[in-house]
Design a protein around this ligand. Structure first.
Ligand SMILES: NC(=O)c1ccc[n+]([C@@H]2O[C@H](COP(=O)([O-])OP(=O)(O)OC[C@H]3O[C@@H](n4cnc5c(N)ncnc54)[C@H](O)[C@@H]3O)[C@@H](O)[C@H]2O)c1
Length: 320
């Protein structure tokens, strides 16, 4: 008998539910379990999603408490508190660390072997925090990282070069945030690097490419100004990542992972090309980055480490 593929969602706000909806449309799992502090909301979302099954095909969709996640192979976490006026970034981080502590305890109790995918922002820091708080190996915990930014990047490059974005290869690497950078050396179309080359009749245009990257980096600000949050593209990212994992594709994706000496960096989570499988993170690929991009990666790592200064995990983990 085929094993049931169950995917859990902790946090069924705008992001979690967009991920669940994309999973439903892509028919990724055979079961989805929705868990949220707001149980009424997660139950309503489960019912609402279920009613599409007459057209999409059957997927069991339930809401419930953490014990319902016992059979989930992958669990997506987008739970978190939003920043309140007057609250500092560090206050918010400390508050979200406390939320993640209760989530880590519940998931370690009910689903100790599941792969955890973090989407909550700041995603690199929250991935690091969850790795610190959970008992499972770090390789079973990854963040969506710059998958979203990379998808935006490929979409805009596809537009610029009038080509299918899926025929554009390359990555945004580093932090999912202001210090991220375009790894131009990795960007190819039809096997040809776009840097310093004419591709599809378009010569390399540094100014246009810088503008394009700024649009990628700052896209969330514009979207949030217009609708208050971002969710559809991250929903597609979540469903794609979950699909690649449960399908054991061994895809190489820019997810947020803990570096242990890779790229000369350690004790930080950020996005570099990483091979993921049904067993979680399998390999970190050390891309041959030129000095300028290597410096950008190191800068991103130092920005992330600085953002965690002052964060006290002993107060949330009860180790103090
Ligand atoms: N990684 C990315 O690329 C990316 C993109 C967009 C948004 N985000 C982030 O995703 C997160 C969620 O955004 P959103 O728009 O869905 O927010 P939201 O406020 O709509 O949803 C958050 C949900 O978390 C729930 N929650 C809070 N504490 C909980 C707990 N202890 N246990 C279970 N559930 C709990 C809330 O009830 C709420 O439903 C934010 O941190 C946001 O910045 C990340």
């Amino acid at each position: 008998m085929m094993e049931r593929l169950s995917v859990g969602f902790v946090g069924t706000g705008n992001v979690g539910i967009a991920g669940a909806f994309a999973c439903l449309c892509l028919q990724v799992p055979s079961e989805m379990v929705l868990v949220d502090l707001n149980e009424k909301r997660s139950r309503a979302e489960a019912l609402d999603l279920m009613h599409g099954q007459g057209l999409t095909g059957r997927i069991k969709i339930v809401s419930g408490d953490y014990s319902e996640l016992a059979d989930s192979q992958v669990i997506v976490i987008s739970a978190g508190a939003a920043q309140k006026p007057g609250e500092t970034r560090l206050d918010l981080l400390q508050k979200n660390a406390l939320i993640f502590k209760s989530i880590a305890d519940e998931l370690d109790r009910y689903a100790p072997n599941a792969i955890l995918v973090v989407a909550t922002n700041p995603v690199d820091v929250m991935t690091y925090i969850l790795q610190e708080l959970s008992d499972r190996p770090n390789g079973l915990i990854m963040g969506t990282g710059t998958m979203l930014d990379t998808s935006r990047f490929r979409s805009l490059l596809g537009d610029f070069y009038h080509v299918d974005p899926q025929s554009v290869h390359g990555y945004i690497l580093g932090e999912h945030g202001d210090s991220e950078f375009p790894a131009w050396s990795t960007v190819t179309i039809g096997g040809k690097r776009i840097v310093d080359n004419t591709v599809l009749k378009r010569p390399w245009n540094p100014e246009a490419m810088q503008d394009l990257f700024v649009n990628v980096r700052d896209a969330a600000y514009e979207i949030i100004e217009g609708k208050g949050y971002t969710n559809w593209a991250i929903g597609v990212v979540i469903a794609t990542l979950v699909h690649r994992i449960v399908d054991d594709r061994r895809s190489i994706l820019p997810v947020s992972v803990r570096l242990n000496g890779d790229y000369g960096l350690s004790d930080v989570c950020l996005s570099v090309p990483s091979l993921v499988s049904i067993k979680g993170l399998r390999h970190i690929v050390e891309a041959s980055l030129p000095d300028r991009e290597m410096e950008a990666l190191h800068h991103s790592a130092s920005v992330l480490k600085k953002s965690m200064e002052g964060l006290d995990l002993s107060t949330v983990s009860g180790d103090s």
